[in-house]
Design a protein around this ligand. Structure first.
Ligand code: PGA
Length: 253
């Protein structure tokens, strides 16, 4: 079975509610184009904008949160739980983004707790992995990614593994304009899949593996034509409707 293609925009800490609404309203044609071409599309706004975006996009536009807590409720100031997201119809959540790993103590173990809870709730985790510049320079990419995948995906069922998304995002390529070459991206995404295969066998063939890190309209096609890259997680270039649309058009070309 051919795997789906996915374009997911990560808005990070960008857009006020009114700016997010403007994007959402303007994205309907893009969503229709994606549907007609069998591509999954989505955006991950801030918590504050999730509901507004959800209410103003086409049904097939995925609306993802950028984080969640693994407890359902409690004394966790500043956090948002899975039932809160579910109630407003948000079923996708990015976990383990490198910015959260760097600034917010998001560890592999914490990601695993979130992963397990998301699966229990029938949600789709988008689990980010990737090495820092120092690790890359020292040839540690695969060691790091292996550890992130092994811990992050521990204790899942094979059925769950078929539904999750993993995004390989080398930290040195995020927001730097220095994207990984197609060869590196394909090599590491294939490696990610091989680690999943070691853990869960053939279920790994259905896991969606994305590349992320300075993806733009000009380079998206090359990544997507690689056998183990099923889509892209995009920051900067997903913020404007025209570049978002151009990425989608180039992806299906
Ligand atoms: P970028 O961000 O596309 O701006 O490099 C990617 C990401 O952090 O997901």
């Amino acid at each position: 079975m051919a795997r789906a293609k996915l374009l997911l925009g990560n808005w990070k800490m960008n857009k006020t509610v009114s700016e997010a609404k403007e994007f959402a309203l303007g994205s309907k044609e893009i969503a229709a184009f994606a549907k007609a071409n069998n591509v999954l599309v989505g955006v991950a706004p801030t918590f504050l904008c999730l509901q507004t975006v959800k209410e103003n996009v086409a049904d097939n536009m995925i609306v993802a949160a950028q984080n969640c807590h693994f407890e359902n409720s409690g004394a966790f100031t500043g956090e948002v739980s899975i039932p809160m997201l579910k109630e407003i119809g948000v079923n996708w959540v990015i976990i383990g983004h490198s910015e959260r790993r760097t600034y917010d103590n998001e560890t592999n173990e914490k990601c695993n707790k979130k992963m397990v809870k998301l699966i229990e709730n029938d949600m789709v985790p988008v689990y980010c992995v990737g090495e820092t510049l120092e690790e890359y320079v020292n040839g540690k990419t695969k060691d790091v990614v292996k550890q992130q995948v092994r811990i992050g995906l521990a204790g899942l069922s094979k059925e769950a593994v078929k539904k999750i998304v993993i995004a390989y995002e080398p930290v040195w390529a995020i927001g730097t304009g220095k994207s990984a070459t197609q060869e590196i991206a394909q090599d590491v995404c294939a490696y990610v899949r091989s680690v999943v295969r070691e853990m869960y066998g053939e279920a790994a063939e259905e896991t969606l593996v994305l590349y992320g890190g300075s993806v733009k309209p000009e380079n998206i096609k090359a990544y997507l034509s690689s056998p183990d890259i099923d889509g892209a997680l995009v920051g900067g270039a997903s913020l404007k409707l025209d570049s978002y649309q151009a990425m989608l058009e180039n992806l299906v070309k």
